[in-house]
Design a protein around this ligand. Structure first.
Ligand code: LLP
Length: 384
């Protein structure tokens, strides 16, 4: 149990809204995760899309993690943070030519390819450069992740990965492509997965798939299971995810070959807990049936509730008054600009600081300037 506490005396003078990162909690989460992953020398590539704040990436790099990137921009950020190219993987259904060139020129570990069309382009670009491109086939294993529809990626009707029925064709294409070297297979089922059986199904599906590759004379040096481990949004103090349970599933379920490396692309489970969006209450608006706490952050700062119906714990860190029910809403001219409804929160008055917790993943990175709002700044526990 790690109890989150906020240094209100130091936070209260910072212009709101802003992201506050508890770096001790980040390091504690990384160390807990690594202790489990290191037992089997698993390779962890932090999913940069979850948080690309340079300070956070620096700590990830220091801890020796690799990076999972989905754009040329993310590859650059990972390299700048000090993550070696040899630990970078690159996924995405729509890699543009310049991004493929950057990946090849940087000599990253592997490109996770998602279609025959993409394989042909990578092969052409690699040939032009006189290089061999290391690739993994991203397979769409057709497994339901039992998570929100908008963050489900491993069902066959989604745009991601190569469908199981098309793997044979993809293998033929690999064999014909002189400038591609197939080093592994990859999948990513979705995000905020809390039903760990989903990962067991993936390990089993990959056992069959790897037999199939070996029968075709294509042994695999690595297997990449993607990311997706969910976090507890409801109880932020119980905030270290069950890394042991998660890795155990792969330890028990995967028929790894001697010398083969197993890779994971965790994003949310590493950074969600350490980040909090702090906003100030502008008004407490009394309605006929509800009280609204109108704060100075909106979905421009944290889009997850509006976009995925996400639930974040909301606290009033300025008040010890008895709790009352509020809808906590932002200032934007959109009815989806709501952080939580009917929340029991310590009595709110104008000026109180409101903490929206577990916002370190897909929070700051997804901020926008809609309504001509400035992007939020970030502050860190060791330097405020
Ligand atoms: N690998 C790939 C190929 C991915 O597409 C993702 C996330 C990850 C790894 C990392 O997954 P994680 O461990 O973070 O679950 N914006 C949404 C989440 C989108 C996830 C996109 N892909 C949200 O706020 O819930």
């Amino acid at each position: 149990m790690y109890t989150t506490s906020f240094p209100v005396d130091r936070l209260k003078d910072i212009p709101t809204p802003f992201y506050y990162y508890d770096l001790d909690l980040l390091r504690h989460t990384i160390n807990t995760m690594k202790a489990e992953a290191d037992k089997d020398s698993y390779h962890i590539h932090f999913a940069v899309k979850a948080n690309n704040n340079p300070r956070i990436l620096g700590i990830i790099a220091e801890a020796g993690l690799g990076a999972d990137c989905v754009s040329g921009g993310e590859i650059r950020m990972a390299l700048e943070a000090g993550i070696p190219a040899s630990r970078i993987v690159f996924a995405g259904v729509g890699k543009d030519d310049w991004e493929i060139e950057l990946a090849l020129d940087s000599r990253i570990f592997c490109l996770n390819v998602e279609s025959a069309a993409e394989m042909k382009v990578i092969n052409d670009i690699a040939r032009r450069k006189g290089l061999t491109a290391p690739i993994a086939l991203r397979i769409n294993p057709d497994i339901d992740a039992h998570t929100h529809d908008k963050i489900t990626t491993g069902r066959k009707e989604t745009k991601f990965g190569i469908n199981i029925g098309l793997i044979s064709d993809a293998m033929e294409l690999v064999k014909e492509s002189a400038n591609l070297k197939l080093t592994g297979i990859h999948a990513h089922l979705g995000s905020q997965i809390t039903d760990l059986d989903v990962f067991r199904a993936l390990a089993e599906r990959f056992n069959d798939i790897q037999d199939f590759f070996e029968d075709e004379g294509l042994p695999l040096q690595h297997i990449n299971f993607g990311g997706g481990l969910g976090v507890d949004y409801v109880e932020p103090d119980n905030c270290i995810p069950d890394f042991a349970g998660y890795f155990n599933i792969f330890r028990q379920g995967t028929e790894a070959r001697p010398g083969q490396s197993l890779h994971f692309e965790l994003g949310r489970s590493i950074v969600a807990q350490c980040g909090t969006l702090i906003a100030k209450t502008i008004y407490v608006k009394e309605g006929e049936t509800k009280n609204f706490a109108v704060i100075n952050a909106g979905f421009t700062e944290l889009i997850r509730p509006a976009m995925y119906d996400a639930w974040h714990h909301i606290r009033n860190i300025s008040s010890k008054l008895p709790p009352e029910d509020y809808d906590v809403v932002g200032p934007l001219c959109e009815s989806s600009d709501v952080f939580g409804t009917d929340r029991s929160i310590n009595g709110i008055t104008r000026g109180d600081l409101i903490a929206i917790q577990t916002a370190g993943a897909y929070g700051e990175v997804m901020a926008s300037q809609y309504n001509a709002r400035p992007l939020p700044k970030s502050y860190f526990s060791d330097s405020i």
